[in-house]
Design a protein around this ligand. Sequence first.
Ligand SMILES: Nc1ncnc2c1ncn2[C@@H]1O[C@H](COP(=O)(O)OP(=O)(O)OP(=O)(O)O)[C@@H](O)[C@H]1O
Ligand SMILES: [Mg+2]
Length: 483
Amino acid sequence: MSDPTKKLKAKFAPNHRYANFGPAISSIRICGFRGIADMRIEFEFPVTAFSGLNGAGKSTVGQLAICAYRKPSTGAHYRRYYVKDFFPVSVADPSPFEPNARVEYSYETNQPNAQQTVTVARALKEWSGYKRQPEGYAFYVGFTLYIPKVERRDLSIYRGSSIDLRATRAIPTEVRAKVGSILNQPYDDLVFQGIGHKNREVELGLATRYGSKYSENNMGFGEGRVLYMVDLMETVPEQSLFVLEEPETSLHEDAQFQLTRYLLDVCDRRHHQMILSTHSSVILEALPPEARKLLLRDSSGVIEFPRISATRARSILSKGQKRGLTVCVEDAFAKLVLTEILRRADPALLKAVAIEPIGDKAAVLNGIRLLDHLSINAIGVRDGDSGADAAKKIFKLPGTKSPELEVFETEKVQKHLVETYGVSVEDFLSIHPDFDPHTLPAALAKEINLLQDALSTDAVRVYVGNLDPSEYSDLVAAIKGAA
Ligand SMILES: Nc1ncnc2c1ncn2[C@@H]1O[C@H](COP(=O)(O)OP(=O)(O)OP(=O)(O)O)[C@@H](O)[C@H]1O
Ligand SMILES: [Mg+2]
């Protein structure tokens, strides 16, 4: 399957963004809400997932984002959200925001790099600024999107014996297929059945599977939630904004992964923008680095660390405390190369450092910023295709290209792979000239039916053994100096 993130990144590039996604939110600046002093968040991808500890401020960002659009003139039955809906003031909650609280929304316009900025601020007792917002549909998928009707004592439950069936609303075949593929459950049929009692009427989801027919009153919670979520995303107008609260709720791990793939797919087809709060490492790992934001709250307020996921942060933090130095690298392959270099050059040093794959170039920078903030000793080592910057504690791997290309284009490595596994990298690259270098080890390993890690480790050993030690002596010295 083609990489859906690559296509979405291209569609969300600044010069194509408005044409594809309309007046999407390009950034949001939050000042004075729930202890967030001043935080600006840049949206770099159609889907943005906020992770962080409980209370970090994830939902606060989503709740303010959902208030970004004026009600469209065509939206007769649509109800928009206002800041007051999420930040009510009462005797129990006298100050959920500061007196001078404000949100600055920046929207895409038909001119790249010329965003429209609208500020919603507290003026006396009211929030002002809404009228200048662009029109748009925004849907909040919170915990109550789907509450089982049995828990709500709905009409279909307490009038079960006397309800009558009314009109049905067909669920398009694509929606049925999407729900089935997220949950890995093939449905023969899915439909919303209108049911009524006197002048009251509600909709009830009905499923047919493995020859049995059942209503949402007998569905699993995850099943019902996915059905309602997918139905909404497929049927509302294109270019809508969605804010999703912990979409992993009640889904098993594979369903969380499939749901994330679905979110990318629907954003590609229908050009929605999505903002998620999540504690799920499965969801975070299924998204590209541009989609991940870590929020960290301390006494000074809330700080954002783009491109890092909470899982990665937790990993670097826990190991960083045990080892004297954390070295942030871009990915697992870079870790293999650096590990092998240190094993050869200074095995004792290898034992004293924690090497952590963190995402990409920008994530390496942000990882060091995060660790510095927490007074944990860290440096970054990026791939050879980006420069070193000793002042920022950034160094680089040998060579000038991505480590995968450095390794697999080395003549000695290629010869070793032909002799050991009968696979020719040269032939492979000539057949697939546009191959993404990061996926090269996986593709080669598949060809020879070998575990990817086994192939990569073997190739990296030959590569590092073939390097002249002068190619990495400065890097090793820098790591030794920091450890
Ligand atoms: N009046 C206030 N002043 C300062 N901070 C506040 C105030 N009200 C709430 N907070 C902070 O905001 C947090 C809640 O923020 P939010 O709901 O955005 O967190 P979250 O990251 O979504 O958490 P969770 O993972 O638990 O859903 C509280 O835990 C508290 O730290
Ligand atoms: Mg929350």
